[in-house]
Design a protein around this ligand. Structure first.
Ligand SMILES: [Zn+2]
Length: 250
């Protein structure tokens, strides 16, 4: 990162880097975050004349992930309108937020926006010889997705959720689905997905309908989870990434 006398420091929750900096946004974040207890504190920006407009364009933020218990996670999200102002920035921020949290998917309601949009990157599941072939390079932005042609064959797998840290629950889902969506260039696409890629997309698509993994648990298990879920809502469960907790949880 360039260091010079005209460097200024922001002390508010924004992460800004130059796109020609020779290390990643995560390096910046870690260096900055390290000595500080809370998330997203101190960011350096070289205040060089002529660079500001470009900087504004590539401004990226790591946003707090909304914790279980927030009503935004239970709403049916609205369609995204073509040409929505700030969509590119929102998507860039969602990528940053998802990677910071080491997630493989993040839906807009999880950063407090009740719109039908999610980002997924299943590539960690595609690595190595035993990796899931369908996850190799499976990185997508899906806007206004519609899932159809769910296979009759289903399978169980444990799932986690960035909004529910520390909880993993088995969820039964169709093995294969098709999905139609707009990509980040607003091109309508259709894809057939199977295996973990299909599962990730179904999990994220659930968020757009206000559905979360505890909803799939049998009644007894659901009852057992209540205490833990309440602790998450109250902010008593630690996470390795910034979170926003609902107010007035009893
Ligand atoms: Zn989730």
């Amino acid at each position: 990162m360039p260091r010079s006398s005209d460097e200024i420091a922001f002390v508010f929750p924004v992460l800004i880097v130059h796109d020609d900096d020779d290390f990643s946004v995560f390096d910046v974040f870690n260096r900055v975050l390290d000595p500080v207890e809370g998330p997203l504190r101190l960011i350096h920006v070289a205040n060089v004349a002529g660079r500001m407009p470009r900087m504004a364009q590539i401004c990226r933020m790591i946003l707090p992930v909304v914790a279980y218990g927030d009503p935004v996670l239970r709403k049916e999200a609205d369609d995204v309108l073509e040409g929505m102002e700030g969509l590119d920035t929102l998507i860039a921020n969602m990528w940053e937020t998802m990677y910071r949290a080491e997630g493989v998917g993040l839906a807009a309601p999880q950063i407090g926006r009740s719109i039908r949009l999610f980002v997924v990157d299943g590539s960690p599941f595609g690595e190595g010889e035993e990796g899931d072939a369908g996850c190799k390079d499976f990185k997508r932005v899906m806007i206004n997705p519609v899932i159809f042609d769910e296979s009759e064959e289903s399978c169980d797998m444990e799932e986690g959720c960035l909004s529910i840290p520390g909880v993993r629950e088995p969820v039964t889902r169709p093995v294969s689905v098709k999905v139609e969506y707009y990509d980040d260039q607003w091109v309508l696409r259709e894809e057939a997905l199977t295996g973990i890629a299909a599962r990730i997309v179904q999990h994220e698509n659930d968020h757009l309908d206000g559905v979360m993994i505890p909803d799939y648990a049998p009644a007894l298990r659901k009852a057992m989870l209540q205490g833990k879920l309440k602790d998450i809502a109250k902010g008593k469960v630690p996470s390795d990434y910034p979170m926003r907790h609902p107010k007035n949880v009893r």
